[in-house]
Design a protein around this ligand. Structure first.
Ligand code: MRU
Length: 346
């Protein structure tokens, strides 16, 4: 399987696969300053919870390396300011804050600036390397839930390019099944309004030679009723302590449908996406994005020019009781989530 590197860092620049250009063009952006990285995250050029965290970690490594001061106190203060700026790019995916916090643990003022720069660089690369191992392990656990010949429905894109490795989270079990010669069919929701399912998931799966059928979001109910779907598997942006899960808008609806049709609903999540400090889904911050994503997505006006009110939340929250299991790198977790998620961190 070809590995597509969505985020890399060579010590002087961050190289991002521009996901807004897919599937028509495979373009790589070279990012060398803070504003450009902030924009790339905000504009979804780099997207997917783990990939955003990795990009931000590389950002802190790169921009701290550009700092001119030799004074550790000043250096640490400026690093924290860079971190704060990066953290303001998107609010929902907790991996962004998790990765920046992990980087900030390096910022010990008693160390020299050159030592701190080298440690930040190392830590950012470690975050990416860990993510690759974690995604593979999630895939191995997820694979235990699959049988040859199954058809899965997924939403948005939680594949390799949403992380920075070849497996991703929700797609990892599917890639591993393919490696084992199993035949898994995937239905991919188009994922309105930014079409991550249509543009990214189908693109990724086709490159891996995995059978994929594209549907619009509103077709999910019918294909479930027709008995075409054996399980739903999605990624996530933040799981609260009680298991309530934020993921791309439309995920909640799928979970409701899955319950109605007696279909298991699985969430694949690295521990870095589980936020025990957020008690329930009620307090997960939900990003609201600009109206134009709905009224003139991809440059074509599809709503009246004037006065149309638009509500565009980018994520929704699936209540824990609709989730059959959460697949993590430490194993498969079932309800009661409050107790069992906490257990993972012991
Ligand atoms: O707005 P996006 O494209 O960043 O949303 C991404 C998702 O909702 C993914 O499902 C989630 O981040 C998991 S990625 C492994």
């Amino acid at each position: 399987m070809k590995t597509i590197e969505s985020v890399t860092y060579d010590g002087s620049k961050i190289i991002l696969l521009d996901q807004t250009k897919l599937p028509n063009e495979e373009v790589y952006l070279e990012v060398e300053d803070l504003k450009d990285l902030w924009d790339a995250i905000f504009e979804l050029k780099v997207r997917g919870a783990p990939a955003i965290g990795i990009a931000a970690a590389f950002g802190l490594a790169l921009f701290s390396n550009q700092l001119k001061t030799d004074n550790s106190l000043t250096f640490v203060k400026q690093c924290r300011e860079i971190s704060e700026t990066l953290a303001s790019s998107r609010p929902t995916a907790v991996n962004l804050f998790w990765a920046l916090r992990r980087m900030e643990t390096i910022l010990d003022e008693s160390k020299s600036v050159s030592e701190l720069k080298s440690l930040l660089d190392k830590e950012a690369h470690a975050i990416k390397a860990d993510d690759a191992d974690i995604c593979k392990t999630i895939g191995q656990y997820g694979l235990t839930l699959l049988k040859d010949g199954m058809t899965l429905l997924t939403h948005c894109n939680a594949g390799g390019i949403a992380t920075a490795n070849k497996y991703g989270t929700a797609l990892a079990p599917i890639y591993l099944a393919k490696e084992k010669g199993m035949n898994i069919h995937v239905f991919a929701d188009e994922t309105r309004p930014l079409l991550q399912g249509a543009r990214l998931t189908t693109w990724e799966l086709l490159q891996a030679d995995i059978d994929v059928t594209l549907i619009t979001d509103s077709m999910a109910a019918m294909v479930m009723r027709q008995g075409k779907i054996d399980a739903v598997i999605v990624g996530c942006d933040r799981i609260a302590a009680n298991g309530d899960t934020a993921n791309k808008i439309g995920t909640y609806g799928l979970a409701v449908l899955a319950e109605k049709h007696g279909i298991p609903f699985y969430v694949a999540s690295p521990l870095s996406t589980i936020d025990l400090e957020t008690k329930t889904g009620e307090t997960i911050p939900i990003e609201e994005r600009k109206a134009e994503e709905i009224t003139e997505g991809f440059g074509k006006r599809t709503a009246p020019e004037d006065d149309v009110m638009v509500y565009n939340p980018a994520f929704d929250v699936t209540p824990n009781e609709l989730i059959t299991a959460i697949i993590t790198e430490k194993g498969i977790v079932h309800a009661p989530y409050e107790k069992n998620l906490k257990q993972l961190f012991k």
